[in-house]
Every structure is written in structure tokens, then in C-alpha cells.
Write a protein that binds this ligand. Structure first.
Ligand SMILES: NC(=O)c1ccc[n+]([C@@H]2O[C@H](COP(=O)([O-])OP(=O)(O)OC[C@H]3O[C@@H](n4cnc5c(N)ncnc54)[C@H](O)[C@@H]3O)[C@@H](O)[C@H]2O)c1
Ligand SMILES: O=C(O)C(=O)C[C@@H](O)[C@H](O)[C@H](O)COP(=O)(O)O
Ligand SMILES: [Zn+2]
Length: 366
């Protein structure tokens, strides 16, 4: 078992990573000191694959676990769905010592975490991420949220889980498209913080695409380590945590502009990272060669680098819904070189529009 610790004083927790780690759920729950009643939230896809097995493991260890599945997909990350889950929690008479477990991808983690943070003003929350994206990113760090039709994650909180339990075996059933989307966030870690890790991804791309468990374990471990290192320094994003948003300013605008349905999160972030790299190059911060290396690995992992359905002006307006906008100025996460980014709130409009023009061209179909 690989363990990564997130050190946040009283809110510190462990990330346990292993093939078959979820079999130990009962043992880990004993250490949590929570009530025997547990609500497990999943989506219908993951619930059908792993929900019953998880509930049975918990029941075997004496827990009264109830599984509640919401429909699969980004549209479940809504206030309406949170309301349905509050109703479920009230009906089950969950009290403040009863845990909520998120069993699923980032949608389930963000939605369940939001419910856990707000139901009775906060109940214990455990993440069991099943998609690569959730294992490397969304289950760690405590950002929980639902979407508003006008923008991504606009209603949310910072609420840390008590534990993250990562079972690499879950990835065996993950569709390829969802593997690629998780890889977008993995590439992000290389770009923002670790050139050596970026090189590891380039060198092992075939083993990654073949889902070799030892290589997946390594990329999950290193990603969690980088995320923990950033979050420990700035839990509520008043400074350095913003680097985890590399590619997201444009990415979230693309998601909202296409009604959260054409591109999934990682795909939109892939286009957004390419857009941010183009802005960096136009500002002479990084070289064309650096932009090309990023584009190459994105394409190698079957990720898009353009969103031809989007219009420049629509995207430009949506950029201002970013949570990093202060005094009507966008804080951009820009690239110096692979492994090093910089925050910048002085990017001229014409440079942003130049990059938006490039990423809305349809020369690289997806
Ligand atoms: N809180 C954060 O820090 C953070 C970070 C990154 C992304 N996010 C959010 O996460 C969401 C995206 O997460 P996602 O990509 O996991 O999407 P998702 O939760 O929709 O999962 C993707 C798809 O994979 C399926 N799936 C998940 N695990 C599976 C498995 N083991 N086997 C078979 N199918 C499986 C799901 O049913 C779904 O169809 C977005 O809403 C994004 O904003 C949050
Ligand atoms: O944990 C963070 O901080 C991140 O920014 C991680 C992102 O990958 C993630 O998509 C996050 O949900 C974006 O947050 P937001 O604050 O821009 O909505
Ligand atoms: Zn993200």
C-alpha cells in the first residue's frame, strides 16, 4: 500500500493507494470513529459495477450502509441533485457522526462532498474515487461544488475528506475516453510543477495507454503528492493553489459554452492548457518548442487541442466567470517552461483573443 499524507493540521488525512485497496474499506472505516450508519453515493454506472460490493463489505464489518445512485454525467452536479440527496439523508436520519462516502468519478466526489459539507453543517466525508481523474485530482484537496447553468463550480466550499481510498483496479473498467480525460490533469501536474514527471509520462505513454497497473499506481502516487504539496501551502486558494487551475480558465469557459456536454472536463482542460501555452508564447514567456511539446503529448493521449464549436467572443465573455477574477481582472496561469508556471493578471485582450482564435479553429478534428 502506498500512502500520501495531506498535512492540514486538524484537517490532515491519508490517501491510501493500491490495487484492491477498496477491499480494506471496513478496516479503514474502523479507524474513522464514525457512526455505523453510512450513505454511499454513486452514479448508476459505477453503482452497478461496484456499489453492491462496497455495501456488502461495509455490512460485513457491521455498518448499515445505504447506496444511493444518481444519473451518470456532469448534469448531476446541480443544486437540484444536492436537494434530492439532502432528502435522502434526512429520510435515513443521518446524524452528524454518520459518514457520506463518494464512490465514483469527480462528479460524484464534488456533488457528495458538497452535500457532506452542508448537510447538518458538515458530516464526515470519505472519497473512494473510481475514475483516473478523480484518483489523481478531484478526490484530494477539498474543493467541493455543484455547477450553475451559467458557470462551472460556482456554488461550493472547501471541505476536506477524512480519507481518500484509491483502488487502482477500478481503472480496469474505465472507458478509454475517461482514461484520456484523467491524463489531461496528470499532464497538468508535469507542466506546473515537475518536468521529470512530465518526461516520465512521455517515456511511458504506451504503458499508460495499456493501463499497466504499476505505471498507473506511479502516476496516481506522484499526482497526489504534487496536489498535496500545493494544497498544504494554500488550502483555500489565496495564492499558489491557483496553479492547479492551469488550463481551467479557458477550459471552464469551453464547458459552459457547450452546455457541459460536448467536452468532458479533462478534454476542455486539455484545450485550455494549449490555449494558456499559446498566450504564454505570445507574451514571449515560453518558446514555440514548449508549446509544441505540450500539443504533442496531448494528441498522443487522444485529447483535443481545439474547440471549433465555440466562438471567440462567447468564450471571451465566459472567461470573466472564472473564480480567479478579481476587480474584473483575470488571473492567468501561464507557462515559463515545462514544470514552471507563473500567475499573471496583466494579459492584453488582443493576446487572449489571438489564442482563442487559434483554439477555435477546426484544423485538428476531435
Ligand atoms: N474538486 C476538484 O478538485 C476537481 C478536480 C478536477 C475535476 N473536478 C470535477 O470532476 C468532474 C469530472 O470528473 P470525472 O472525469 O471523473 O467525471 P465523471 O464523474 O462523470 O466520471 C466519468 C465517467 O466515467 C464513469 N466511471 C467512473 N469510474 C468508472 C470506473 N471505474 N469504471 C467504469 N466507469 C467509470 C462515470 O460513470 C462517468 O460516466 C468535473 O465535474 C470536474 O469539474 C473536480
Ligand atoms: O484543486 C484545485 O485547486 C483545482 O483547481 C483542481 C482543478 O483540476 C479542478 O477542476 C477544480 O475543481 C477547479 O476549481 P475551480 O475553483 O476553478 O472551480
Ligand atoms: Zn480540473
Amino acid at each position: 500500500m502506498v500512502n500520501v499524507k495531506v498535512k492540514l493540521e486538524k484537517r490532515s488525512y491519508n490517501i491510501h493507494i493500491d490495487v484492491s485497496a477498496s477491499n480494506l474499506i471496513g478496516n479503514f472505516m474502523q479507524t474513522m470513529k464514525v457512526n455505523k450508519k453510512i450513505l454511499v453515493i454513486s452514479d448508476t454506472t459505477v453503482g452497478n459495477l461496484y456499489g453492491r460490493q462496497m455495501v456488502e463489505l461495509l455490512v460485513k464489518d457491521g455498518y448499515a450502509a445505504e447506496l444511493c445512485c444518481v444519473s451518470t454525467g456532469e448534469h448531476s452536479k446541480s443544486v437540484d441533485m444536492a436537494m434530492e440527496l439532502y432528502t435522502k439523508a434526512i429520510t435515513l436520519k443521518l446524524d452528524r457522526n454518520c459518514a457520506i462516502i463518494a464512490l465514483g468519478g469527480g462528479v460524484i466526489g464534488d456533488l457528495s462532498g458538497f452535500v457532506a459539507a452542508t448537510y447538518l453543517r458538515g458530516v464526515p466525508f470519505i472519497q473512494i474515487p473510481t475514475s483516473l481523474l478523480a484518483q489523481v485530482d478531484s478526490s484530494v484537496g477539498g474543493k467541493v461544488a455543484v455547477n450553475h447553468p451559467m458557470g462551472k463550480n460556482l456554488i461550493g466550499a472547501f471541505y476536506q475528506p477524512r480519507m481518500v481510498l484509491i483502488d487502482i483496479n477500478f481503472l480496469s473498467t474505465l472507458p478509454n475516453r475517461e482514461l484520456y480525460t484523467g491524463l489531461a490533469e496528470v499532464i497538468k501536474y508535469g507542466m506546473i510543477a515537475d518536468k521529470e514527471f512530465f518526461t516520465y509520462l512521455c517515456d511511458h505513454y504506451q504503458q499508460i495507454l495499456d493501463k499497466r497497473p504499476e505505471v498507473l499506481t506511479e502516476i496516481v502516487r506522484r499526482s497526489c503528492e504534487i496536489k498535496a504539496w500545493v494544497v498544504e501551502q494554500d488550502e483555500c486558494e489565496s495564492s499558489i493553489r491557483a496553479i492547479l487551475n492551469f488550463g481551467h480558465t479557458i477550459g471552464h469557459a469551453i464547458e459552459a459554452d457547450t452546455n457541459f456536454s460536448r467536452y468532458n472536463h479533462g478534454e476542455a482542460v486539455a484545450i485550455g492548457m494549449y490555449g494558456a501555452a499559446l498566450i504564454s508564447k505570445h507574451l514571449n514567456m515560453c518558446s514555440q518548442a514548449t508549446v509544441d511539446i505540450l500539443k504533442h503529448i496531448l494528441l498522443q493521449f487522444n485529447l483535443p487541442v481545439s474547440a471549433p464549436e465555440c466562438g471567440i467572443d462567447d468564450l471571451f465573455k465566459l472567461l470573466y466567470r472564472d473564480k480567479k477574477v478579481l476587480d474584473n481582472k483575470i488571473t492567468w496561469v501561464l507557462l515559463n517552461e515545462i514544470g514552471e508556471v507563473k500567475l499573471c493578471n496583466q494579459v492584453p485582450e488582443n493576446i487572449v483573443k489571438l489564442a482563442l482564435a487559434e483554439i477555435t479553429q477546426s484544423n485538428t478534428p476531435f
